[in-house]
Design a protein around this ligand. Structure first.
Ligand SMILES: Nc1ncnc2c1ncn2[C@@H]1O[C@H](COP(=O)(O)OP(=O)(O)OP(=O)(O)O)[C@@H](O)[C@H]1O
Ligand SMILES: Nc1nc2c(ncn2[C@@H]2O[C@H](COP(=O)(O)O)[C@@H](O)[C@H]2O)c(=O)[nH]1
Length: 437
C-alpha cells in the first residue's frame, strides 16, 4: 500500500467556506455528531450576512458557491432521518429544501466530503457496513431537473451500495401489444435473474390481479401525496389513471440481486431516461393496429369505452416510440415465440446462461463496522478513513479505503459500485497533521 501524505487533500487545512468540505469552523469539530454549534462569527468571512446557526444545531456544513448545505443536527423536524437545511448567501436565507429519496437514519455523528461540486458524501460514524455511505445530491442533473419541476430548492439522498447491479430493463409499448406476456415468459424462464418493478396505479384491479404483486392499487390522493414527497422515480397519467414507479419498487428488486424489469408507458420511459437510473429501453411494436385491437378485445379486461381510449392512445405512443430517442431497441411482436427469442437475444440470454441472480449482494466483500472515532482524507478518487477504535486496531483493520471511481446511478435510490476495502496494519502516517476530523 503506497501512500504519499504530501499529496493528500487535507481537509482540516482547507480554507473555510471555499467550496471545500468543512468540518471545523472556528475550531469547533462539526463532525462529531452531538449537535455542535456554528457561531455567527464563524460564518462572517464567507457569509457577510451570516446567521446564527447555534440554535439550529447543524452538524456539518458544506459550501458550494453561494450555498451552504447544513446536514444533521439536534432540532430536526423529524427525528427519523438526518435533516438537511440550506443557507442561501445571496438571499441571506435559511431554506428547507425538498428532500427526495430514502433518507438516512440519524447516527452518532457523520462526516461530509464534497465530491465534484454536485454531491456530498456522508460517512455515518458508528454504523454498519451497509449503512455507512450516503450521498446527498445537491446539483446533479437529476436535482437540477427536479428543481425546475418543483420550483424550489431540492436535494436528493441516495444510499451508497457496494457492487454493481445489472442495468434495469424498461419495456414500453401500446396497451395490448404483449409486454406483460413477454415479461411473464422471461420471469418464468429466469426466475432468479429477473424481478418485476411493482408499479402503483389508481386503476381498479382486474379479476386475477393481486395488490402488491401486479400493482400497488392506491387512492389517487394518497399517490399524489407520495409523488409530492418525492417517492416516485416516474409517474404518468395513462388512459385516465395515474401510474407510477416508486424508487422503492426498483430498489427492492436490485437489492435482492435481481435485474429489475419495468413495464411502463412512453411518458414514464422518457422520465426514467432523464433520471439517473441507467437502464436499457425497449419498445414493443404491434404488427398492425388491427392486430392490436384484436388482442385487446380478446384479452377481455377492458370495457368497450376503455378499449377505444387505449387504441386512440396507441397510435400516438407508437409514433413517439419510433421517433423519439428514448429507446435503445425495437421489438416487433408478431409471432410471440420469435419476439421472445429476440428479447432474450438483446438481453444476452440466447447462449448458455446460468439462470442465477446477478447476485452482487453476496459477492460484496465483507464489511467493517465504522466506529465513531475516525479521521478522513481524500487523495484523487480515493477516500481514506482511518479508524481509531482499539478493536479495529487490534484486528489490524485501521484504514478503510473507499474508491470513488466506479460510481453508478445515484439519486433517487442507490449510488452503486462502491469499492470499499480494509487495509491491514497501516502505519501512523495519517496521524497528526494529516488528520481531517
Ligand atoms: N404475439 C402475440 N400474438 C397473439 N396474441 C398475443 C401476442 N402477444 C400477446 N398476445 C396476447 O395479447 C393480449 C395482450 O397482451 P398483454 O396483456 O401482454 O399486453 P400488454 O402490452 O401487457 O398490455 P397492457 O399495456 O394493457 O398491460 C393477451 O391476451 C396476450 O395473450
Ligand atoms: N408511466 C407508467 N406507466 C405504467 C406503469 N405501470 C404500468 N404502466 C403502463 O400503463 C399502461 C396500462 O397498463 P394496464 O395494466 O392498465 O393495462 C401500460 O402501457 C403500462 O405499460 C408505471 O408505473 N408508470
Amino acid at each position: 500500500m503506497l501512500l504519499d501524505p504530501e499529496n493528500m487533500d487535507i481537509f482540516s487545512q482547507s480554507s473555510m467556506y471555499t467550496g471545500q468540505v468543512e468540518h471545523r469552523i472556528g475550531g469547533i469539530d462539526l463532525s462529531m455528531g452531538e449537535a455542535p454549534a456554528f457561531l455567527f462569527d464563524d460564518l462572517q468571512t464567507g457569509f457577510p450576512r451570516g446567521f446564527d446557526l447555534k440554535s439550529k444545531g447543524c452538524a456539518t456544513a458544506t459550501v458550494i458557491g453561494n450555498k451552504a448545505y447544513l446536514i444533521g443536527g439536534a432540532d430536526e423536524e423529524s427525528t427519523s432521518s438526518i435533516g438537511v437545511k440550506l443557507f442561501d448567501q445571496t438571499r441571506g436565507e435559511l431554506v428547507n429544501p425538498i428532500v427526495l429519496g430514502t433518507k438516512p437514519q440519524p447516527c452518532k455523528g457523520h462526516s461530509a466530503v464534497l465530491l465534484n461540486e454536485d454531491r456530498i458524501l456522508i460517512i455515518k460514524r458508528g454504523s454498519t457496513p451497509d449503512d455507512c455511505f450516503w450521498f446527498l445530491e445537491v446539483d446533479t442533473q437529476y436535482v437540477r431537473e427536479q428543481r425546475k419541476v418543483l420550483g424550489t430548492e431540492v436535494v436528493a439522498w441516495s444510499k451508497g451500495v457496494r457492487g454493481v447491479a445489472e442495468k434495469p430493463v424498461v419495456i414500453s409499448g401500446p396497451s395490448g401489444v404483449g409486454k406483460g406476456t413477454l415479461i411473464s415468459m422471461l420471469m418464468k424462464e429466469f426466475p432468479c435473474m429477473f424481478g418485476f418493478s411493482v408499479s402503483h396505479t389508481t386503476r381498479a384491479p382486474r379479476g386475477m390481479e393481486k395488490d402488491g404483486v401486479h400493482y400497488h392499487f392506491t387512492e389517487r390522493s394518497a399517490m399524489e401525496k407520495e409523488i409530492k414527497d418525492g417517492k416516485f422515480l416516474e409517474f404518468a397519467s395513462v388512459h385516465g389513471n395515474l401510474y407510477g414507479t416508486s424508487v422503492e419498487a426498483v430498489e427492492v428488486v436490485a437489492d435482492s440481486g435481481k435485474r429489475c424489469i419495468l413495464d411502463i408507458d412512453v411518458q414514464g420511459a422518457r422520465s426514467v431516461r432523464a433520471s439517473s437510473l441507467e437502464a436499457i429501453f425497449i419498445f414493443v411494436c404491434p404488427p398492425s393496429m388491427k392486430e392490436l385491437e384484436k388482442r385487446l378485445r380478446a384479452r377481455g379486461t377492458e370495457t368497450e369505452e376503455q378499449i377505444l381510449k387505449r387504441l386512440r392512445n396507441a397510435q400516438a405512443e407508437i409514433e413517439q416510440g419510433q421517433s423519439s430517442n428514448i429507446f435503445d431497441h425495437m421489438l416487433y411482436n408478431d409471432n410471440l415465440e420469435e419476439c421472445y427469442e429476440s428479447l432474450k437475444k438483446l438481453l444476452g440470454l440466447d447462449g448458455n446462461v446460468t439462470a442465477s441472480p446477478t447476485s452482487y449482494v453476496n459477492s460484496a466483500p465483507k464489511g467493517v463496522d465504522l466506529p465513531t472515532d475516525i479521521s478522513i482524507s481524500k487523495i484523487d478518487q480515493k477516500i481514506f478513513i482511518k479508524c481509531g477504535s482499539p478493536e479495529l486496531k487490534a484486528a489490524s483493520k485501521d484504514l478503510i479505503v473507499l474508491d470513488l471511481f466506479t460510481f453508478k446511478g445515484g439519486a433517487p435510490g442507490r449510488t452503486r459500485g462502491l469499492n470499499v476495502c480494509a487495509i491491514e496494519s497501516f502505519s501512523d502516517d495519517l496521524n497528526g497533521s494529516n488528520q481531517l476530523i
